[in-house]
Ligand binder design. Structure first.
Ligand code: UDX
Ligand code: ADP
Length: 464
């Protein structure tokens, strides 16, 4: 069996590496039009940072895992083609800001149709709007030169930062297929691949539309939990309750469960906002305005949480941060990834720059180029002037030197273990610490108490 994956990103790369690891007899080729990305996958500096990923890639690369820019050859050589290209939110035209931009997907479908020289199974791996399979079928059929294409939906549920463990031991694998003999046969082939390491009872099959919709709904439910606890964090700050205590108490109810109740500066990542926007667009398309409005609130609370964080910083720092040096610890949207898509840090930094602050930014995995690029894209400020107000530092201690305040925006483990006594000494007085991830515990480090502002935590001054 030969498979290929079009799109060597955060989903395609790790997923194919895991399939290659678990199925040594299957030849897996990952292709991408981005030459630098492919060169990265063929080097020791992988373009995606994920704990455990480089070990898996090293084990399989050159054996049954290959990375290439030759898309056509890979399509022709494969029985099964996964498509895992980016499907960002549209920034133009109809549905701008909500609908998914399917141009990369359609380009792939047209390429598959144009170069295929035999029957293929095409697997949707990217998150797609519901009923995309139907459009794909139309594109493939109209251009397919007599080849037969079976379309499967196999949404990816891995979370970045834990991709390898999620792939190795998934809660479930979902495969959607057409309710036809050939659809069921194609699904069986994909089930057989996963069954090499995933127990059968965890492999769910469904119709294609259910599978496509499940991905959007899973992310909407997860994001909703984060927005729910974040909304309560504001009430905790107002009343003196502690959001972690509230989360622990409600999470003990087995109907609620303990996961995804960590209040934060806001959720980020390439999926949550995009998938909810997509869901909202879909509801509106079907005239379900109340349902669309319901899910819109999840995004609204998230936007509010991010701006609330900056407002609290400014208010606490005597209503001005103009000219003040503020250390930003963490830029990735969560720990253990170098991905910054929709990272709350981008919006907090943008708002602080609008308030005329100077920023010294440190993230253990995000490059200076990526940070400057993200801020350039997010601010309406002319590049040259605001870029001068940013420095990107090589470690946390350099970032906090002479800072008026520190904002912790990603929960990297190394930030838990910093020497906060030393940090206090090199900061200007009074030094404020805004803990956007609630990683600092006043109980563990009492010297932190005054001047530490956590999310949904009793006000620091109330504790002094
Ligand atoms: C998500 C889904 O979890 C995954 O199943 C899907 O395949 C892709 O989208 P991902 O975006 O990689 O994965 O990360 P996730 O762990 O879900 O975190 C998303 C955001 O929510 C991060 O910014 C994270 O910091 C934030 N978050 C998560 C919280 O603020 N609190 C929580 O309790 C959990
Ligand atoms: P995800 O997080 O969904 O994996 P990424 O943006 O990390 O998304 O990766 C998507 C990849 O798909 C990118 O590396 C991009 O270059 C690639 N890609 C987009 N369009 C095509 C195409 N037509 N052919 C091949 N690769 C493509």
């Amino acid at each position: 069996m030969k498979i290929c994956c079009i799109g060597a990103g955060h989903v395609g790369g790790p997923t194919m590496a895991m399939i290659a690891l678990k199925c040594p007899d299957v030849r897996v080729t990952v292709v991408d039009i981005n030459k630098e990305r492919i060169a990265g996958w063929n080097s020791n500096q992988l373009p995606v940072y994920e704990p455990g990923l480089s070990e898996v890639v090293k084990q399989c690369r050159g054996r049954n895992l290959f990375f290439s820019t030759d898309v056509d050859e890979a399509i022709q050589a494969s029985d099964m083609i996964f498509v895992s290209v980016n499907t960002p939110t549209k920034t133009y035209g109809i549905g701008a800001g909500r609908a998914a931009d399917l141009r990369y997907w359609e380009q792939c479908a047209r390429r598959i149709a144009a170069v295929s020289n035999g029957n293929k199974i095409v697997v949707e791996k990217s998150t797609l709007p519901v009923r995309t399979a139907e459009s794909l079928r139309a594109v493939l059929k109209a251009n397919g030169r007599g080849c037969r294409f079976e379309i499967l939906s196999n949404p990816e549920f891995l979370a970045e930062g834990t991709a390898i463990q999620d792939l190795e031991n998934p809660d479930r694998v979902l495969i959607g297929n057409d309710d036809t003999n050939s659809g069921r046969a194609a699904s069986k082939k994909l089930v057989e691949i996963y069954a090499r390491w995933v127990p059968h009872e965890k492999i769910l099959t469904s119709n294609i539309w259910s599978s496509e919709l499940s991905k959007l709904v899973a992310n909407a439910f997860l994001a909703q939990r984060v927005s729910s606890i974040n909304s309560i964090s504001a009430l905790c700050e107002a009343t003196g309750a502690d959001v972690d205590e509230v989360a622990a108490a409600i999470g003990r109810d087995s109907r609620v469960g303990p996961k995804f109740l960590k209040a934060s500066v806001g959720f980020g990542g390439s999926c949550f906002q995009k998938d909810i926007s997509n869901l909202i667009y879909l509801c509106e398309h079907y005239g379900l305005h109340e349902v669309a409005e319901y899910w819109s609130q999840v995004i609204k609370i998230n936007d509010w949480q991010k701006s609330r964080f900056t407002r609290r910083m400014v208010e606490t720092m005597f209503n001005t941060v103009a000219g003040k040096r503020i250390a930003i610890l963490g830029f990735a949207f969560k720990k253990d990834t170098n991905d910054t898509r929709e990272s709350p840090a981008i919006y907090v930094c943008r708002d602080l720059l609008n308030e005329q602050a100077q920023l010294s930014i440190y993230d253990p995995r995000v490059t200076e180029v990526a940070i400057r690029h993200d801020l350039e894209a997010a601010t309406a400020l002319p590049g040259a002037s605001f870029q001068k107000r940013i420095t990107v530092e090589k470690d946390a201690y350099a970032a906090v030197e002479s800072a008026h305040a520190v904002a912790i925006l990603t929960e990297w483990d190394e930030f838990r273990n910093l020497d906060y006594n030393r940090i206090r000494q090199v900061m200007l007085k009074p030094g404020f610490i805004f803990d956007g991830r609630n990683i600092l515990s006043p109980e563990a480090s009492p010297m932190l108490c005054p001047g530490v502002y956590g999310i949904g935590k009793p006000n620091a001054s109330a504790r002094t």
